[in-house]
Write a protein that binds this ligand. Structure first.
Ligand code: ADP
Ligand code: MG
Length: 237
């Protein structure tokens, strides 16, 4: 515990909540502690990831332990991998169980960028990673689509859920990325209905943001239970 505190201090990681998992020190530890598969480590090496960023050090073990979290870390600090890594590790490989992870982004551009990063990280593994586009929703057999990880704006997911074209009852991970922007853009209602449609009781929700205004923190506390709060640096820098 002393060691955890020192490590957090060194990396400017501030946490609150109960039973918080120790921060991860390295990719080597990701393998020894959490049995990270070699395909993922190889992809990371290819992408030039040598060291974990502070948000990754703390958020990855939290989500791998099945705990919910809301996290605030500066732009460019590697938040995408902080949630994609535990999702890829926990889902293990493709399945026919339907959608098991949903990542909501405030804009289509950000959703497309996240989908590209996800595909790069998942290389050498046969995941079905889908970016929700207009064409995809319109396609005739959309409801039979094989998909493990769905990446979308909240608007598009909600529309598809309403038309009963999307079943989210088996979703194990729900991520709200750039949640401060989700708020600014007035997307809270859409987010809320997606949260409700993800009815699996053992779902792990998380929220990532560059700033943590009170509105975002309130949302986090209403939709998550026993969540751990992680802040890198200062709250609204
Ligand atoms: P954020 O969402 O916090 O703004 P991103 O997740 O988009 O940041 O990451 C910014 C850039 O840093 C991306 O190009 C990403 O691939 C890269 N990156 C993320 N994690 C690492 C790491 N551990 N080592 C090296 N580069 C990284
Ligand atoms: Mg981001």
């Amino acid at each position: 515990l002393e060691r955890d505190a020192l490590s957090r201090k060194k990396h400017n990681i501030h946490v609150s909540g109960s039973n918080i998992p120790s921060p991860l020190e390295s990719f080597v530890e990701l393998k020894s502690r959490y049995k990270c598969k070699s395909y993922l480590l190889r992809n990371l090496a290819e992408l030039g990831f040598r060291e974990l960023t502070p948000i990754q050090m703390q958020a990855i073990p939290i989500l791998l332990s099945g705990r919910e979290c809301f996290a605030c870390a500066p732009t460019g600090s590697g938040k995408t991998f902080a949630f994609l890594c535990p999702i890829l590790m926990r889902l293990k490989h493709a399945s026919k169980d339907g959608i098991r992870a949903v990542i909501l982004c405030p804009t289509r551009e950000l959703a497309a960028q996240t989908a590209r990063e996800c595909k790069k990280l998942a290389k050498r593994n046969k995941f079905y990673i889908k970016l929700m586009t207009k064409q995809l929703v319109k396609s005739a057999d959309f409801s039979k689509l094989q998909c493990d990880i769905l990446i979308s704006t909240p608007y598009r997911v909600r529309a598809a859920v309403r038309k009963k074209k999307l079943n989210l009852s088996r979703v194990e991970f729900l991520v709200l990325d750039e949640s401060d922007k989700l708020f600014e853009l007035g997307l809270v209602k859409q987010v809320d209905s997606v949260v409700k449609a993800c009815s699996n009781p053992s779902i792990v929700r998380s929220l990532f943001s560059a700033t943590l205004p009170d509105t975002v923190e309130e949302l986090a506390r209403t939709i998550m239970h026993d969540a751990i709060r992680v802040i890198i640096g200062r709250k609204n820098s």
